[in-house]
Design a protein around this ligand. Sequence first.
Ligand SMILES: Nc1ncnc2c1ncn2[C@@H]1O[C@H](COP(=O)(O)OP(=O)(O)O)[C@@H](O)[C@H]1O
Ligand SMILES: [Mg+2]
Length: 483
Amino acid sequence: MQVDWLTALTQEVSHREVDLDRMLRTVIDALTEELQADRGTLYLVDPGRRELVSRMALLPELSEIRLRIGEGVAGWVAEHGELVNVPLGNEDPRFARRIDAQTGYRTMSLLAAPVRSRRGDTVAVLQFLNKRRGVFTNTDEELLADRSARIARLLDHTSLAAQLSPGNRLPLAFRFNHIVGESAAMRDVYRRTARAAATEATVLLRGETGTGKELVAHAVHVNSARYDAPFVKVDCAALPANLVENELFGHERGAFTGADRRAEGKVHAAKGGTLFLDEIGELPLPVQGKLLRLLQDRTFHRVGATGTEEADVRFVCATHRDLESLVEQGAFRRDLYYRLRVVEIVLPNLRDRGRDDLERLIDHFVFEHARRHKRQNVQLTSRAREALYAYDWPGNVRELEHTIESAVVLSADGRLEPEHFPLPDKERAIASPAADDGPIRPLEEVELEYIRHVLDRCDGNKSLAARLLGIGRNTLARKLDKV
Ligand SMILES: Nc1ncnc2c1ncn2[C@@H]1O[C@H](COP(=O)(O)OP(=O)(O)O)[C@@H](O)[C@H]1O
Ligand SMILES: [Mg+2]
């Protein structure tokens, strides 16, 4: 049978910060319908706690069900990794009566199947209750076996995959695909992100560089009604002041020397979708006034145009700057500031998220980069883990991610040792230009030396070196060409 929607969804989750619970609920609802069942549940296996946790029980009476591995039919399926078809629920010895007792629901028939990871571990159990007419058939069993295999691939592409691996604990709070962390501060971020996504309100994201502002901006978009339309980013810091306006609004032919044809701006490109204004604190004052009008009236002018145009965009802005003090200094318009902060989401620094989040992020990045670089058997030694815990992470999540990616690439046999992590101790030689005593050297010279060092560590792989350095490949080539 054709289930293109499941294939399409699998491709989509690999790069979208979708709300995982909502996505899984859609999947279960569709399967409940396909199987003509009354209710469907997905249990995730928590390997660390040896428990099954229901994610969408569809039981209003009970939001979460926990079973020990081996308990009940679902627990039996998790333990044995086999499909079970029970025609009369409460007569099967494996049946867990306490759940029906808790919910008041009467289970008549039951079909449950394991969802297996590529390594063969049961990572989840799909369970359907009460076939609408009669009992679950052989055809239903085949259908469910097929769907379980597809759902396994789907889960594989989510950020849950790393957490479902042997030895790990399932996060108690997870919400958005690719966004990892369950500290109180991150839960607050999720709550606000979900609320903002459901509305058209302008969102202001704050937090230091590398804390995940862009990730959250994207999550707001993909979970909003505008998810099918473009997400367009404008980096206000990357453009000279006189080009920002043009970038945003476009221009008319002849608007300035060289404007030999009319061009659309990013506001137009984001039509129906979301416009992400990154580093909004760097927006030049004259453009701030124009942005204010855009936010107030939803209209704008192209550069050189007389008439106005309507804008259909939702705004998400981000900055690592202290906007209040920019307002005090007169560098940022107060009225614009108030317009932007309808919903404010503050991303915590990595060091304020606690050991648990750090641990999960480490596992997440090890898993993701092992997959991306097709490295087998990647394992973090406990010495390396300790070194990562001990470090202060001034560069936040981005620095953590780059550190892990480079270790994954550089380790010869997949064992990640402290030596593979470019943490400060080891980098002191390179950091010498920052020392107080040595002679002052031209930035270009130090930069080139550092680039060569990184290139060397990446075995000459320029794309990787550029990524680790946070610059484009072309920029890297240009810097190397200058000599
Ligand atoms: N909570 C998180 N879980 C997983 N990855 C994260 C998280 N926060 C940040 N990242 C990753 O760290 C990097 C930097 O995030 P980004 O959103 O670009 O930060 P910012 O815009 O605040 O500088 C990205 O690769 C992003 O995917
Ligand atoms: Mg950013």
